[in-house]
Design a protein around this ligand. Structure first.
Ligand code: PRP
Length: 189
């Protein structure tokens, strides 16, 4: 343990407004969970969550799927911690611990922004020869794209708001909000 203390943000004043409610998320997750389950053909499914942001979505989509499936976790970092500015480079800080060659893999992501994280993760996983590979994202911000990338399934397309909640953070906080909100970037609030 070191002695560095972390400043706790002015929590509520930074939540500008809710843009996707808890009920809207629940309905969309249930619909996609059913679609994935209905398309099941008896072959093994592996859901791969990209940490940290996707962990809340992963827990909900997993429980909305009613056929056998396994889970795996990878950690990818695209932003400098405590910053709202994209760093431009993606680092895999924790890899899967299973061979994916016998699975239909569904990558579960919270948001596609510049597209760099998923471009790199998809290239990495494709090289491991899964039976098939699809990308499921909760949010898509197409106006922010820096590399060409389209998810196979996207629950909500949003404008270029800085969003927090339901796993998404600002400076590691706000992941525990049960909805998606716009972050208030104004100073002095
Ligand atoms: C966020 C988010 C995605 C990625 C999307 O992760 O969870 O993985 O950025 O951005 P991109 O399309 O521009 O690559 P982040 O690196 O902030 O880490 P976190 O998931 O731990 O919050």
């Amino acid at each position: 343990m070191n002695n560095v203390t972390k400043t706790i943000p002015e929590f509520n004043s930074k939540i500008k407004r809710v843009i996707i409610t808890e009920d809207e998320i629940k309905a969309a997750v249930a619909k996609v969970g059913k679609e994935i389950s209905d398309g099941y053909d008896g072959r093994p499914i592996l859901l791969v969550s990209i940490l940290k942001g996707a962990f809340v979505f992963m827990a909900d989509i997993l429980r909305a799927i009613t056929v056998p499936c396994e889970v795996g976790f990878m950690c990818a970092k695209s932003y400098y911690s405590n910053s709202t500015v994209s760093a431009g480079a993606v680092k895999i800080t924790m890899d899967l611990d299973q061979d994916i060659s016998n699975y239909h893999v569904i990558i579960v992501e919270d948001i596609v922004d510049t597209g760099r994280t998923l471009r790199d993760v998809v290239n990495l996983l494709k090289a491991r020869n899964p039976l098939s590979l699809r990308v499921l994202t909760l949010l898509d911000k197409p106006s922010r794209r820096k590399v060409e990338f389209t998810a196979d399934i996207s629950l909500f397309t949003i404008p270029d708001y800085f969003v927090i909640g339901y796993g998404l953070d600002c400076g590691e906080f706000y992941r525990n909000l049960p909805y998606i909100a716009e972050y208030n970037e104004e100073k002095g609030e």
